[in-house]
Write a protein that binds this ligand. Structure first.
Ligand code: B1M
Length: 221
């Protein structure tokens, strides 16, 4: 079948990396766009897992197994997503990471992959990243954008800490800060003085493009 989204979703729910990777390969061979396989197949599987975990029907080892399955699928799909970006000129530099104390990496990595696919140079600092590290890398790379992901209500505060670290480093006026992650909202972004919020990886790309276009328009006045 062209894009067996139900089977993809199930492979994540079951925490089955081999099956997830094999379904991802089959999807590519069948000509399914990689983003469609993620959005309609694999990511909904992660959402199911989150719901079951919240209702105490699944436990931490199950969530971990599902994350491994998701990573297995992504390792097949990401190179395909990125390939498009390699042929383009650099649209801007983004420093990306997940906040201090937070090890959720899948959503952040997907944001990075799509930005790369859209011609941005992405430096991914990984997970559990201190605010000062974001600021130091932004200075070193003369970044246009700093992107901070947080998946826990307790680690969202780390996004505010990054805004503050950039201010302390004297970089706040030259760098745009975007935030995202399941518990993050537009309101929170405004409250902490970030420049933008994106609900998913596709809107993160639109947001970054909009912010940079706006900045270049102001710069050329
Ligand atoms: Co965790 N976990 N987890 N977990 N985990 C959540 C987030 C949770 C909502 C589950 C639940 O209870 N329903 C809950 C948080 C509750 C809260 O704070 N409100 C939770 C918890 C409690 C925990 C632990 C505390 C559990 C424990 O130890 N008792 C623990 C914390 C560890 C830590 O970080 N210190 C923990 C651990 C883990 C695992 C290690 C097992 C694993 C992560 C493995 C890994 O990443 N390598 C894990 C997972 C897999 C999840 C769920 C099930 C799935 C997250 C995911 O990968 N989603 C999650 C439930 C859920 O979110 N429904 C859950 C798929 C991904 C594509 O989506 O990450 O939302 P997401 O990213 C999206 C958007 O949010 C957005 O775009 C992405 C792509 O569209 N986005 C951005 C993300 N970052 C962005 C940045 C941007 C812009 C957009 O700009 C910079």
């Amino acid at each position: 079948m062209l894009g067996d989204f139900a089977a993809m979703r199930q492979s994540i729910f079951d925490g089955a990396p081999e099956s997830a990777a094999s379904l991802a390969k089959q999807a590519l061979v069948a000509g399914v766009p990689p983003l469609e396989a993620i959005d309609q197949g694999f990511a909904p599987g992660m959402a199911d897992v989150g719901e079951q975990y919240a209702q105490h029907n699944m436990f931490l080892p199950d969530m971990l197994a599902s994350a491994e399955a998701m990573k297995a699928a992504m390792s097949v799909l990401e190179p395909e997503l990125k390939r498009h970006g390699e042929q383009r000129a650099t649209a801007g530099t983004v420093v990306l990471g997940t906040t201090k104390g937070d090890i959720h990496e899948i959503g952040k990595t997907l944001v990075g992959t799509l930005l790369t696919a859209n011609g941005f140079k992405v430096h991914d600092l990984g997970v559990d990243v201190a605010s000062e590290e974001f600021a130091a890398k932004a200075r070193e790379l003369k970044a246009d954008i700093v992107g901070v992901s947080a998946l826990l209500t307790t680690t969202m505060r780390g996004q505010k800490a990054v805004v503050e670290a950039l201010e302390r480093a004297g970089l706040r006026s030259s760098v745009k800060v975007i935030v995202g992650g399941a518990p993050v909202t537009r309101r929170w972004a405004e409250e902490i003085g970030a420049d933008g919020y994106a609900k998913d990886a596709v809107s993160a790309v639109t947001l970054v493009k909009d912010l940079l276009e706006h900045r270049f328009a102001l710069d050329s006045r």
